[in-house]
Design a protein around this ligand. Sequence first.
Ligand SMILES: [Zn+2]
Ligand SMILES: [Zn+2]
Length: 524
Amino acid sequence: MHWVDVYAEKLLEQGKSHIIESGTSISGQPHLGSAEDIIICDGILKAIIEKGGQAKAIWAMDDMDGLRKIPAQLPKEFDKYLGQPAYVLPCPDGCCGSFREHFTRPFLESLERIDVKPEPISVAQMYQDGKYDEVVTIALTRAQEIKDIMKEVSGSERDDDWLPFFPICENCGKILSTKAYEFDGKMIKYTCKGGIAGKNLIPGCGHEGEAGIRQGKLPWRVEWAARWSHLGVTCEPMGKDLMAAGGTYETGKAICEKIFDSPAPMPVPYEWIVIGGGKRLGKSAGTILTIGEMIDIITPEIARYFFFRTNPASHKEIDFELAIPKLAEEYEIAEKIYFDIDTGLPEKELDEMKRKYEVAQFQGIPENFSQVSYSHLISTVQTAQDWDHILKKLARTDDLSQMTPEHERRLKEKVQAVRTWLDTHAPENMIFQLQMEHPNVEITPEQKEVLATLLSKMGSIEWTAENVHSSIYDTSVESEIKAGQMFKLIYQIFLARSKGPRLGHLLASLEKDFVLERIKYFSA
Ligand SMILES: [Zn+2]
Ligand SMILES: [Zn+2]
């Protein structure tokens, strides 16, 4: 059974109606890993609904969290916000209402392109609107019990006067530098004594002050539990690391059950995506690959497929270079299987592949099978000027007879994706330029002879990719020249380089007369 169905069924055994939560700290451009979190929710949500249950997905924007470091792409004047809650930051480009909006709006718009539409919730707004009044008061009143739970579950000790609250310093605006020490049922006394965030020391201003329960936030583990309880969250995906014994989830669960008297959600552990080269994806990794960029180079359905092809807890690796056509190829196999076309895959894997294909769809499933592969398009788009030209070429290399308007729409998206990939991430050796004039190539007398043989073979074949390939291959077998040398020679006379895409497909996508003229010229 596919993992979305496993989780959906487990949840439905507990109840009919579900709230599935994801959350992202607001500290700049959200990367592919943040998208993963939310897309997992969407898969489970849709499976629950398909099985007759009700479900809603929410996305908590953690904009009350203090900034632990200032993202590199931000202007220098943002340094002053270090340690302050993210919601106070302005838009760095002056184009929208806030820092949060600037980074989350395009992210949510990208997710919408693959039908992932969680309800976004600003955590800062929740505090400010008083939605958390009750849970914050409970946590402050029962601080000692929370401290005991933390010690019991995770072994961590707190000061005697510790309170589960970080007030925002009314003097310097920082939230990462304050220490709360007294609660009178209404107000919280604090000192702005400085704090540590990762490797950064966040200096305090020394201010002694009092804050209300809406002017600050609960510490992360307590806040998580409070949110689960307040919103009735029943399922939450989380990085595997948070699920270690004595870790964040276990602590949050104990607090949720014992302090807030609510069941903790079912966790869905996932592994962080690794980008090619073994780099763990994160904001510190340098390049931020976004879900929007991914959709642009692979089509919405194949992007969705990527997130559902393996269990979230298993290793997931992607680069935006060669992994892209490979991913497309796997999706295309799943598509064939869905339409009962033999792919040679063992019987026992077929149902799983069909379901993966299904989960990747969100605009209906085409009625019949018609497919042009991503890798074919890599060579077709590089020799075609426009859409009509592409269709004309494909008519020679692919079966378009079953194409419906829906297939045409998908094909257009694929063509656009391939073009974008070639422009942005394709490795150098995938990019070529068809030489419209005869390139300057030195041809030996033996090579001329071979080309002449090829010319006569090609002259009589029906112009398909397969026939073109066989005519080249057969010519090399019959003559003394090795197949590798033969292919190299042909790349040279058409592309002025020694490598290129699959030759049968490349040449078949060109006009037969053009190909024959070129070979004739070099064989003479
Ligand atoms: Zn903006
Ligand atoms: Zn301060």
